[in-house]
Write a protein that binds this ligand. Structure first.
Ligand code: DGY
Length: 319
């Protein structure tokens, strides 16, 4: 019987159908991640490895699992997996695109609005007893309606964010590796060079995958091009932004604010300098976190594993 190992405790309703056909073992905790050596040990003779985005699946791990046929990652991003090593070993890698598009776009917009209107800061003030009177300029933020939105990475989620922006009468600019001519016409957004996007946007939203090309693509120079009144929103991967440069830009009011759902190190350490700034709105990587969407993502992983172990081609194959 083929063996599956799941690196995080998942709802039994998802796992049970797999148990009827395969031997399934699963980490005991939903909250505590497995460490690298534990994954190596627990997965040593498995045919399928079901991972989450915080698991590091590098060449050494892949090469230590001789029976492995598939790694199925509970995320659309797969920067945690050495896909080249997987490809060389003939191991398939699958992800969960599509089902999380609208949910992640909702969260992107929520974070953009919260950052613009200082929502979390306002709530913290009330709870800390700081609401003494209605004050003319207290907690004043930036308007979203009619502002210019710059999207870096115009994939499915980018397009879904751009559609939401229409309702706010926003002008939408985007920068992407390739132009999306049909979508440009349908949704009325405009392709520009990165430099122009940074210079002209009131809200710069990062939605590009983390790859060697995009690592730290937003640093001192790029932040220096942004408007002093603008905000940076990152819902992609922390590693795309140079966090020290972002901290400096926010501290020195080079840019106005940031909304971050992702960090270079997750969970973000409590003593991280960005957490000391009032003009930073932070979330714990919850882009796709609706009940419906997380369950749909899990169904996709389960199906891909079932397909591969039954000798069929899985959907959403990355390599
Ligand atoms: C993903 O799927 O890559 C997202 O970051 C999850 O929220």
């Amino acid at each position: 019987m083929d063996k599956i190992f799941i690196t995080r405790k998942l709802p039994e309703e998802i796992v049970q159908p797999l148990r009827e056909k395969f031997e399934v073992n699963m980490w005991h905790s939903e909250e505590t991640p497995m460490d690298y050596e534990d994954i190596k040990k627990e997965a040593k003779d498995v045919h399928a490895l079901w991972t989450v985005l915080s698991d590091k699946v590098d060449r050494e791990l892949i090469e230590s699992l001789p029976n492995l046929k598939i790694i199925s990652n509970l995320a659309v991003g797969f920067n945690n997996i050495d896909v080249e090593a997987a490809k060389e070993k003939g191991v398939m890698v699958t992800n969960t695109p599509g089902v999380l598009t609208e949910t992640t776009a909702d969260l992107t917009f929520a974070l953009l609005l919260a950052t613009a209107r200082r929502i979390t800061e306002a709530e913290q003030d009330i709870r800390a007893g700081k609401w003494k009177s209605w004050t003319p300029m207290q907690l004043t933020g930036m308007d979203v309606f009619g502002a210019t939105l710059g999207i870096i990475g115009m994939g499915r989620i980018g397009e879904a964010v751009a559609r939401r922006a229409k309702g706010f009468n926003m002008k939408v600019l985007y920068h992407n590796r390739t132009r999306k001519l049909e979508a440009e016409q349908q949704n009325n957004f405009t392709y520009v060079e990165l430099e122009t996007l940074l210079q002209e946007s009131d809200f710069v939203v990062i939605l590009t995958p983390l790859t060697p090309e995009t690592k730290r693509m937003i640093g001192k120079k790029e932040l220096g091009l942004m408007k002093e009144t603008s905000a940076l929103i990152n819902v992609a991967r922390g590693g795309i932004v140079d966090e020290q440069s972002l901290y400096d830009a926010l501290l020195n009011k080079r840019i106005w604010a940031a909304g971050l759902d992702v960090f270079e190190t997750e969970p973000v350490p409590l003593d991280h300098p960005l957490l000391t700034l009032p003009n930073v709105t932070v979330l714990p990587h919850i882009g796709s976190a609706s009940i419906h969407t997380r369950l749909a993502m899990m169904q996709i992983n389960a199906k891909a594993i079932e397909n591969v172990l039954e000798g069929q081609e899985p959907d959403n194959r990355v390599v």
